[in-house]
Design a protein around this ligand. Sequence first.
Ligand code: FES
Length: 149
Amino acid sequence: MSEKHDRGAPLRRRHPARRNGGDGEHTSKGVRYLVGQARDVKRGESVKFLMPVRGAEEECFVINFRGHLHAYVNRCRHVPMAMDWVDNQFFGEKGRYLMCQTHNAYYEPSNGECIAGPPETCGKMLYRVPLEIENGKIYARPPQEEFED
Ligand code: FES
């Protein structure tokens, strides 16, 4: 099977992320999942993780953009497939934007908006994963919004 064929497979997991949070922690606001230690996500870096979303394991990633942590579902809004053709490489353009390497969609790291790339994708938003930082640990909650694609 060629690399090109591999690349076109929707949501194919070439480098599966780890699941740290077990069954999750039930809180008054619903279930949340442990991602890891905040100090382990350095500026300009990303960490992938798995989290159940409406019954399916979804690969997600947390980034440190200019000292702030954000997380998204690893699903491009152009074609619903993982954005990191090279494992865990989400930042492009010297860390200024997130980039899907398949057709070069660029996303604003702080809010997940597609700002360049395939025209039909521009203006769409990555699915944000709500985060909580508590005692130096990162917790993630499944996004409430339905995936459109
Ligand atoms: S699949 Fe991401 S830009 Fe086409």
